[in-house]
Design a protein around this ligand. Structure first.
Ligand SMILES: Cc1ncc(COP(=O)(O)O)c(C=O)c1O
Length: 354
């Protein structure tokens, strides 16, 4: 069979492939320190798991409306109003199989062949007359940077002038540190609201990566288009996952605060250690759970560095090439402090050998 041009252009996600390489080494009994993961190492809070189990036990095992169960869409609308100063009706919210799926649906619903979509992190790409959409991700993967209200306003000004849509992926919104504050770009003005599709999900905030649940909130016409696409492709997201998500939004938020605090402690530790290693530099992240480390003084491409670090020191990191920046590697601190300590000892020794 012939592979389509579209599929032939794709290579597998580099972040996921490093993670599976590290997991395979672990399965062989090798003591790997994994800094590649893009997922919280915590278990899903108990009350969320309980709600999903209850849903299974009471027979919520059938198809749901393709856009998600009404209670969850309503709870998301209330969450967006309370946390994000965003006023959406439940009809404007579509629940999907993860934030990644919501991003995919949003682009499919709004962009035509030939339209350009630009991604500003970690680099800026210039806009052209074909630019249709700007993807924003604050707090950012991989830089950990958090845009201020003023910076977001400047982006809205340009987007409004050029009539460019904004896809705002806010999946790390609850993981912000020090004085950083998460601001939803769609909340800045009516103009911003009309141009923005807000994407969020449950994976990072509630340690629910495997549940595959995310959502978007958009102008009603876009939400309707996304619902149509979804109804013909994946149908509804998993029924019992949706009941878990409902419990996540309606239930105790203390586990979210506890996880954030633990991430903050690890962030400080990791950054302090990295600051003491010669020939590498990093900017202290204000959000998410990643540190982007500049290794350009060590004379290797990011892919070579990551491969050698994994084979020689059993430390898994993601090469910056995966994010368009070959000078860097990404370290995730979604790992226990013991693993972070051990991994950074090895990382430091490895850097000395270069
Ligand atoms: C910026 C960003 N958006 C979305 C996702 C994926 O989220 P989900 O698990 O809800 O698909 C990730 C995962 O790493 C991410 O970093």
């Amino acid at each position: 069979m012939e592979i389509s041009e579209r599929a032939a252009q794709l290579t597998p996600s580099l972040t996921l492939s490093i993670d599976s390489k590290a997991k395979a080494m672990k399965a062989e009994g090798i003591d790997v320190c994994g800094f590649g993961a893009g997922e919280p190492d915590f278990d899903t809070p108990e009350h969320i798991k309980k709600a999903a189990i209850e849903a299974l036990e009471t027979g919520f095992t059938k198809y749901t409306p393709s856009a998600g169960i009404p209670e969850l869409r309503q709870a998301i609308a209330e969450k967006l109003a309370a946390d994000n100063e965003l006023s959406y009706r439940a009809a404007q919210i579509i629940v999907s199989n993860g934030a990644k799926h919501s991003c995919y649906n949003a682009i499919l619903a709004t962009c035509q062949p030939g339209d350009e979509v630009i991604i500003p992190a970690p680099y800026w790409v210039a806009m052209t007359p074909s630019t249709k959409m700007l993807i924003m991700n604050s707090p950012s993967n991989p830089t950990g940077s958090v845009y201020t209200r003023e910076e977001l306003q400047a982006i809205v000004d340009v987007a409004a002038e050029e009539d460019i849509y904004i896809l705002s992926d806010e999946i790390y919104e609850k993981l912000v540190y020090d004085d950083a504050k998460h601001v939803s770009i769609g909340s800045l003005s009516n103009e911003a609201y009309d141009l923005t599709i807000t994407v969020n999900g449950f994976s990072k905030t509630y340690a629910m990566t495997g549940w595959r649940l995310g959502y978007l909130a958009a102008p009603e016409a876009v939400a309707k288009a996304v619902d149509s696409i979804q109804s013909h492709t994946t149908s509804n997201p998993s029924s019992f996952s949706q009941y878990g998500a409902l419990a996540a939004l309606r239930g105790d938020q203390q586990p979210v605060a506890d996880m954030r605090e633990e991430f903050d402690m690890r962030r400080n530790y990791m950054f302090d250690r990295l600051s003491k290693i010669s020939n590498v530099t990093a900017v202290k992240p204000q959000g998410a759970f990643y540190v982007l480390v500049n290794i350009s003084q060590l004379g290797l491409t990011s892919q070579n560095f990551a491969d050698r670090l994994l084979s020689k020191a059993s430390v898994a990191v993601v090469p910056g090439a995966a994010f368009g920046d070959d000078r860097t590697i990404r370290l995730s601190y979604a790992a226990s402090l013991d693993i972070i300590k051990k991994g950074l000892d090895r990382f430091q020794d490895f850097c000395r050998t270069l």
